[in-house]
Write a protein that binds this ligand. Structure first.
Ligand SMILES: NC(=O)c1ccc[n+]([C@@H]2O[C@H](COP(=O)([O-])OP(=O)(O)OC[C@H]3O[C@@H](n4cnc5c(N)ncnc54)[C@H](OP(=O)(O)O)[C@@H]3O)[C@@H](O)[C@H]2O)c1
Length: 324
């Protein structure tokens, strides 16, 4: 099979297309013929060598895919079945999805019945898992809550907005670019907040008449201090992204930075946080047009270097997908 291998970390050109042996499954593993896979910023960090000891090179990176089962000895999966696979060490502790085939443990595989085109289906697994996990485990979001999303036009932000609206929440979300207001409203955002880089406590109070019950921060450590102040009493704040590009929270002072009675957590994802039924429901809602998928561009596996350049340059306005 053809695969994009990182032999040693570096820029986009560190992804080298080579011929590799087809994967052979052992008991409890699933070999998948990959039909599409989404690109993720986590893969960009891995390619750059920022994953530390968690990733040894050479490695076929890629933390998610969709495709058809080739073989799955000792599991409930059948040959030809449509599946999604994600996380659980995929593309990090063992070879992942930047290839024509992959081999993963059955616990990371979800059977999905759908006639969605492969590229659209391929955009969904990790996007759904992160969004659903942030909303339920991270924020304990429930009907009637007010939710403020910082980084609203990211693919995660738009998906969380759709899921939150479907669950009966009222949503405010940011963009730095007024021309993206309509995209936020299409995703179900009730209050679009223009982010000019300053404090957003005022606009959030204007939107909800008080601080938010739940705050999802996708910009990260550079905005977290202000996001905590955007939460009302008893509010939950979850950091799921670092679009601001800063891993460490400089000068964190718990007594000053954490308002009384506001709860802070983070969400780093895991396939065990969603069920096959939840994923199937989400895929069905996308197929029925109830949830819009922000798909920006589709690449072939041969274009993987260009795809990473595009992602790294922040040119995407939605999910990037590779169809091998
Ligand atoms: N924890 C997990 O399990 C997990 C999983 C997947 C992704 N993530 C993280 O979630 C975040 C979102 O990922 P994504 O793939 O959905 O992103 P994306 O679609 O690539 O987001 C791009 C958008 O983010 C906004 N943005 C970028 N830099 C910004 C900044 N410095 N300040 C404010 N807004 C900025 C821009 O919107 P505007 O121009 O409209 O402002 C841009 O259009 C990333 O940090 C990613 O690493 C986490």
């Amino acid at each position: 099979m053809k695969a994009a291998v990182v032999f040693s970390p570096g820029g986009p050109e560190a992804l080298e297309l080579v011929e590799c042996p087809d994967p052979e499954p052992e008991e409890g593993e699933v070999v998948i013929r990959i039909r599409a896979f989404g690109l993720n910023r986590a893969e960009l960090f891995t390619r750059q060598g920022d994953s530390g000891d968690a990733v040894a090179f050479p490695r076929i990176i890629g933390i998610e895919c969709v495709g058809e089962v080739v073989a799955a000895p000792g599991t409930a999966f059948a040959e030809g079945q449509r599946v999604a696979a994600m996380m659980g060490g995929m593309g990090r502790s063992y070879d992942g999805s930047y290839a024509e085939m992959t081999r993963v443990p059955a616990r990371s595989v979800f059977a999905v019945e759908t006639n969605l085109d492969w590229a659209t289906f391929g955009a969904l697994p990790e996007m759904f898992q992160t969004s659903q996990g942030s909303l339920s485990m991270g924020l304990e979001g429930k009907s009637g809550d007010t939710l403020f999303i910082r980084g609203g036009t990211s693919s995660i932000g738009l998906t969380v907005a759709s899921l939150a609206r479907r669950a009966g929440m009222t949503v405010a979300a940011t963009t730095r670019n007024a021309s993206k207001q309509a995209a936020l409203e299409r995703a179900g955002v009730d209050h679009v907040i223009l982010d000019d880089g300053g404090s957003l406590v005022g606009p959030v109070h204007e939107a909800f008449g008080r601080g938010a019950d739940a705050v999802l921060d996708l910009i990260g450590t550079t905005t977290l201090r202000d996001s905590l102040r955007c939460a009302g009493p008893g509010g939950r704040v979850c950091m799921t992204g670092i679009l601001g590009g800063r891993w460490v929270w400089d000068g964190f002072e718990p007594f000053l930075d954490l308002p009384n009675g506001v709860f802070l957590t983070s969400y780093s994802g895991g396939s065990e946080d969603v069920t096959a039924v939840q994923l199937q429901d989400f895929v069905d809602d996308v197929a029925a047009g109830k949830i819009a998928v922000g798909l920006d561009r589709i690449f072939s596996l041969d274009e993987i270097v260009e795809a990473h350049r595009y992602m790294e340059a922040n040119r995407a306005k939605g999910k990037l997908v590779v169809v091998p």
